[in-house]
Write a protein that binds this ligand. Structure first.
Ligand SMILES: Nc1ncnc2c1ncn2[C@@H]1O[C@H](COP(=O)(O)OP(=O)(O)OP(=O)(O)O)[C@@H](O)[C@H]1O
Ligand SMILES: [Mg+2]
Length: 277
């Protein structure tokens, strides 16, 4: 049986006691799922993400993570150390001047002893493509490199849930593709992933896509179900992936291809078509 890892039950949250970012929110995420959260600016994605690792707790209803109530002070430590959150801006999360110390910070605080600590640091740096950078200074890194260090710091904690809040926003296309590959590998190895992004191409790689608008779940389904709904997405300040647009333009011109959401799918469609000509 798949366990529920994240459970928002009729949850409501307000920063100022007046305006609710979300209210009566119901959302469950089973263990091992790769979920992508989409929504326009201010729709409540980051606020929701911070509830998953108990940085914020609901004012109404409840949020359970790993079956534990996030408002229970005795559960906070367990939840924070097992639900790793990577923010958009690495400057918010880099704490040490030397990369190896920065990456070691989280697991060290969890009491991970040497030599396991060193092994975790090495492995996490490898995972983000910064092999051998242990002795480099964090302040001499570019924004994208810093972001990778921040991600390594979270991975070194060996979390059961990885939450990425626009973590690829600062990365160049290659860095983004590299990070997405790492995320997919981690998911393949059993990690539960909640990824917030504005890139539809990234969302197309997830197992499930949830679209938020003013704190309400507007769409929820597989990428193929959600990312092809052009009119609804547009009304929510989003768009369909490039491959979907192109396959529909081809259909309009009479080319018999299926509606695709990834470029790989469209490529396969076109190659199959050519072989029938
Ligand atoms: N620290 C805060 N104090 C008060 N209001 C806040 C705070 N953080 C966010 N808000 C408000 O809560 C709402 C949701 O913000 P949130 O940051 O969760 O949106 P988001 O979907 O992550 O947006 P973006 O795509 O711009 O990152 C917005 O109206 C925002 O102004
Ligand atoms: Mg945000």
């Amino acid at each position: 049986m798949t366990e529920t890892f994240i459970d928002f039950g009729d949850a409501g949250f307000t920063y100022d006691g007046e305006r609710f970012v979300f209210r009566h929110l119901n959302l469950t995420v089973p263990q091992g799922q790769f979920l992508c959260l989409l929504g326009g600016n201010g729709s409540g994605k980051s606020t929701l993400a911070k509830h998953i690792n108990a940085l914020l707790v609901p004012d109404e209803g409840r949020v359970d993570v790993f079956g534990q109530d996030t408002r229970d002070p005795e559960a906070t430590y367990f939840i924070r150390s097992n639900a790793g959150l990577v923010f958009q801006n690495p400057d918010d999360q880099i704490v040490a001047s030397l990369i190896e110390n920065d990456v070691a910070f989280g697991p060290e605080n969890l009491g991970v002893p040497n030599p396991e600590l060193r092994e975790r640091v090495t492995r996490a740096l490898e995972e983000v493509g910064l092999m051998g950078f242990e002795k480099h200074e964090t302040n001499a890194l570019s924004g994208g490199q810093k972001q990778r260090v921040a991600i390594a710091g979270v991975l070194a904690m060996d979390p059961a849930i990885l939450i990425l809040d626009e973590a690829t926003a600062m990365l160049d296309p290659r860095g983004r593709a590299g990070l997405l590959r790492v995320v997919r590998e981690l998911h393949g190895a059993g990690m539960t992933v909640v990824m917030i992004t504005h890139y539809m191409e990234e969302a197309a790689q997830a197992e499930r896509v949830v679209v938020l608008d003013r704190g309400t779940v507007m769409l929820d389904g597989t990428p193929a179900e959600v990312l092809t709904r052009a009119d609804e997405l547009e009304a929510l300040s989003l768009e369909v992936p490039f491959a979907c647009r192109l396959s529909r333009q081809l259909q309009a011109r009479g080319v018999p291809v299926a509606t695709c959401i990834t470029e790989d799918e469209l490529k396969e469609e076109l190659c199959a078509l050519r072989s029938t000509m």
